[in-house]
Design a protein around this ligand. Structure first.
Ligand code: ADP
Ligand code: MG
Length: 689
């Protein structure tokens, strides 16, 4: 290579780029030669067929190969507008090419020049003309864009797609060799995959549709395979550490707990309890995802798993995303478990130094059986005596790494993650590797669908009457205030003023307020009062979005509902309809955007969390919905988790087989280097071999 470029070279050092354009490229997330080679076209133009000039028709986009007959710069009356016009011929016919504001172009196209033109054909003054065509001079019978499928790259201000095409064309010829094949031959053979350099080049310059598909498949496989390999390796490393404790499902405490419940488990709950129990008696760590729609009763299942830990002589930790939820779980668990002689600790950000010291000590010495908490659980000084099980509630709110941090507080503890956002199988695999999945596909008996309606501002007086009537029937109301801004303090301000308004409108009713910036004690007081039925209407920000469980609440009012995400709305709606009463979710405010309207329509149309997650995935993409965005694990350039399910499975099988056969990847050093460069840090892979 003439230019001494490696894949990791800064693009700045590529001839013709320099620091200025490197900055512009950075906007396309392109920093290195490798990034650039993997900057694939947004679309393609099929210029394989050249159109003879005598067959042009207005309305078509045509590729033409022709010789310039005359070229002139035409003056115009409008300042700032210049025209260049060329008369061209291909021997069969004549046509005009016209450019706006391409000063100096006439000098590149002196009469006699052969060039290829590509652009829209228009009819002007009875003459066919190709307008603002892309033009490329043919030298020695050759031009990059001649007679082939031509890539169109994403444009960014200051970098034209054409400039990018030329840059990449040249880069492919000088740096393609650097893209070394790194997949083991056997895998390529088994899965009929093209060579990497061939596939990368083909994605820029496909020969035809089939070729493009084969190239895309290879590059997508590569992306999926590397992540799967990372996950498989991580799991292998976790397993080959120490043994997990054997826990004791359905032991005496579980029995006592089940006997104390006012209901019996649903069939689905019993099934998942069994699935989890079967994992917990093994010395290999459980890694299981529990999916169940909002209100399906996941908490009871989690408690049974935690009691299996306690009966097995271990501690259990339950991590939840909000303090409000931590408070609720702590109160419930204490009530349920204290009669069984078990201590439950609460760990949250806002503890006094003394409380904190006490909790931490009892946790370390093993007096506490179950710890409930927020992120505070994974702080450095938190230590357990013998942590046997980690439960993460509402896992989509946490990252992969936070889960790892909690598990790291024990010796290969079992891990149960729970979510009400039922992620499609392809996604769970790609995000968690070979995570086992249990599904609660049944709601407790007697649940009725929540009546979901949009309410216009004209109907507000009627809404207030309705609320009065519900309160008169001893029902309780949630009133969720709009997300004002990204800023939490503004949300709080809007909740405070709404609280004042509603308190004034309902002078004889007890109106409460809950938001994230209240002191913990206050939050606790309000939440407890609401749970005891001592508050009729609770004005709140989205802090109540997940987990809060007050079966007597029957109405959820959501202001400016269109501003919320779809899964979020479904979660909020899930706060009601938890008792046997008819419940309502009322969506206030118009939908300002098309997307907003789509979300509200989807919410009104279905109660099925799985359907909603699917729609949400389509609207927002997997990274957002599953909360892995920030880790970039699913930021693939080519692979599409929603469409490449089959390929993902193939990649996963190969990754697992490879790790099983050669866990140090000593037979695939190139691959290993690539893997560690990409995921070593993010997946906390151990450096071996
Ligand atoms: P989620 O799955 O959303 O976390 P919860 O665990 O909060 O749901 O349960 C929702 C409500 O359903 C709670 O009030 C809980 O006590 C109740 N519940 C759970 N299981 C059953 C059951 N088998 N029969 C009746 N009610 C149940
Ligand atoms: Mg829950």
């Amino acid at each position: 290579m003439t230019e001494e470029l490696s894949l990791d070279s800064d693009v700045r050092f590529i001839k013709g780029v320099g620091p200025g354009r490197a900055r512009l490229l950075e906007r396309l997330s392109v920093r290195t030669v490798r990034d650039l080679l993997y900057l694939f076209p947004r679309r393609y133009e099929d210029r394989r067929e050249l159109t003879p000039l005598d067959t042009l028709k207005p309305g078509m986009a045509a590729a033409v190969l022709a010789r310039v007959v005359t070229v002139e710069r035409k003056p115009t009356r409008r300042p700032g507008l210049s025209l260049v016009r060329a008369l061209v011929t291909d021997g069969k016919g004549y046509g005009y090419a016209l450019w706006f504001n391409r000063r100096g172009l006439e000098r590149l196209l002196p009469p006699g020049t052969e060039a290829s033109f590509y652009g829209p054909i228009e009819m002007h003054g009875g003459r066919l003309q190709i307008t603002n065509p892309e033009v490329e001079v043919v030298r020695e019978g050759e031009a990059d864009s001649l007679g082939r499928i031509v890539p169109v790259y994403p444009a960014t201000e200051g970098l034209s797609p054409l400039w990018l095409r030329r840059l990449l064309r040249r880069l492919l010829s000088v740096a393609r060799e650097e893209l070394r094949e790194n997949l083991p031959e056997a895998i390529r053979h088994r899965r009929s995959l093209l060579d990497l350099p061939v596939a990368v080049e083909g994605l820029h310059y496909p020969l035809d549709g089939d070729h493009w598909r084969a190239c895309r498949r290879r590059v997508a496989f590569q992306e999926l395979f590397l992540l799967q390999l990372g996950l498989a390796l991580r799991r292998h490393q976790a397993r080959s550490g120490s043994l997990s404790p054997r826990l004791a499902p359905l032991g005496p405490r579980s029995e006592a707990f089940l006997a104390s419940l006012p209901f019996s488990l649903t069939t689905a709950q019993r099934r998942v309890v069994e699935e989890i129990g079967a994992d917990l008696v093994l010395t290999e760590p459980m890694n299981r995802l529990l999916q169940g729609d909002v209100g399906s009763g996941k908490t009871v299942v989690a408690v049974l798993a935690m009691l299996a830990a306690v009966d097995g002589g271990c501690q259990a930790a339950l991590m939840v995303p909000t303090e409000v939820l931590a408070l609720q779980h702590h109160r419930r668990l204490s009530r349920l478990l204290e009669p069984l002689g078990l201590e439950v600790a609460l760990l949250r950000g806002a503890l006094s130094a003394r409380e904190r010291e006490e909790s931490l000590l009892s946790l370390r010495e093993g007096r506490v059986a179950v710890a409930v908490g927020t992120h505070a659980l994974i702080e450095e000084h938190v230590a357990f005596h013998r942590l046997g099980l980690v439960v993460i509630d509402e896992q989509h709110r946490f990252g992969v790494l936070q889960r790892g941090a909690l598990a790291a507080k024990g010796t290969s503890p079992h891990v149960l993650v729970m979510t009400a956002t039922p992620i499609p199988r392809t996604l769970t695999i790609s995000i968690y590797g070979d995570l086992a999945v249990s599904v609660i596909d049944e709601l407790p008996p007697g649940r009725r669908p929540v009546v979901t309606r949009r309410i216009s501002s004209r109907q507000r007086p009627r809404l207030m009457e309705f609320i009065e009537a519900e309160i008169a029937r001893c029902r309780q109301i949630y009133w969720v205030c709009p997300l004002v801004e990204e800023s939490e303090s503004l949300d709080v301000a809007s909740a405070e003023s709404r609280h004042e308004d509603l308190a004034a409108l309902l002078p004889h009713r007890r109106v409460g307020l809950l938001h994230g910036q209240m002191a913990s004690r206050e939050k606790e007081t309000v939440l407890t009062a609401f749970q005891r039925g001592e508050v009729d209407l609770l004005v709140s920000t989205t802090v109540i979005e997940v987990g809060v469980d007050v079966p007597n609440a029957t109405v959820m009012v959501i202001e400016d509902a269109h501003r919320f995400g779809l899964s979020q709305l479904h979660q909020l709606r899930g706060r009601v309809g938890r008792g046997g009463e008819e419940s309502y979710c009322l969506l206030l405010g118009g939908a300002a955007t098309v997307e907003g309207r789509k979300r509200l329509e989807a919410l009104c149309a279905t109660q099925d969390g799985f359907r909603i997650a699917e729609i949400d995935l389509r609207l927002r993409g997997p990274g957002e919905v599953c909360g892995v965005r920030q880790h970039g694990l699913t930021d693939f350039r080519v692979a599409d988790l929603l469409k490449d399910g089959r390929l993902l499975n193939e990649a996963r099988q190969e990754a697992q087989a490879l790790v099983a056969a050669d866990p140090s990847l000593s037979s695939a050093s190139e691959l290993k280097r690539e893997l560690y460069a990409l995921y070593g840090e993010r997946l906390e892979l151990a450096v071996t071999g």
